[in-house]
Design a protein around this ligand. Structure first.
Ligand SMILES: [Zn+2]
Ligand SMILES: [Zn+2]
Length: 136
């Protein structure tokens, strides 16, 4: 069973066949799928699942905090099931490939006190960019 599906079961999320398929598709490391990609994969397992159901389910999973929405410069938003393991993203400027990465040190701690403007910080998102081996 996928990590995400397991977490959803523990939370008592009502698992209809459609929701289950969406959760199953979002499994593994370095998974960052667009809603259309999630839909295409879901259809191969459950042919009758509609695009609207996939979009609604993704929205619910994001609201629950179980899936992250990753914005990548003008490209379609991507959905990332790795919501409980703090990580940053390395994005290829050529093809849009995304890897989960773990920089050394805590990016929140890296912001000096005099640049916090009285905020209490809850997190940081760092995006590394470059060209992947296929695009170099
Ligand atoms: Zn690339
Ligand atoms: Zn990620």
């Amino acid at each position: 069973m996928s990590d995400l599906l397991e977490r959803l079961r523990m939370r008592g999320w009502r698992l209809t066949a459609q929701r289950r398929v969406v959760a199953e598709v979002l499994d593994g490391d370095h998974v960052h799928l667009t809603a259309d990609e999630v839909h295409a994969r879901a259809v191969s397992r459950l042919p009758e699942i509609s695009r609207a159901t996939v979009y609604n389910t993704l929205g619910e999973l994001v609201t629950l905090g179980e899936v992250l929405e990753v914005a990548t410069d003008g490209r379609a938003k991507r959905y990332d099931p790795n919501a409980h393991r703090a990580h940053q993203h390395l994005i290829c400027s050529g093809c849009g490939a995304i890897r989960d990465v773990h920089p050394l040190g805590d990016p929140v701690a890296a912001l000096p006190a005099d640049q916090r403007f009285g905020f209490s910080l809850s997190g940081a998102e760092v995006t590394y960019r470059g060209l992947c081996p296929d695009c170099r």
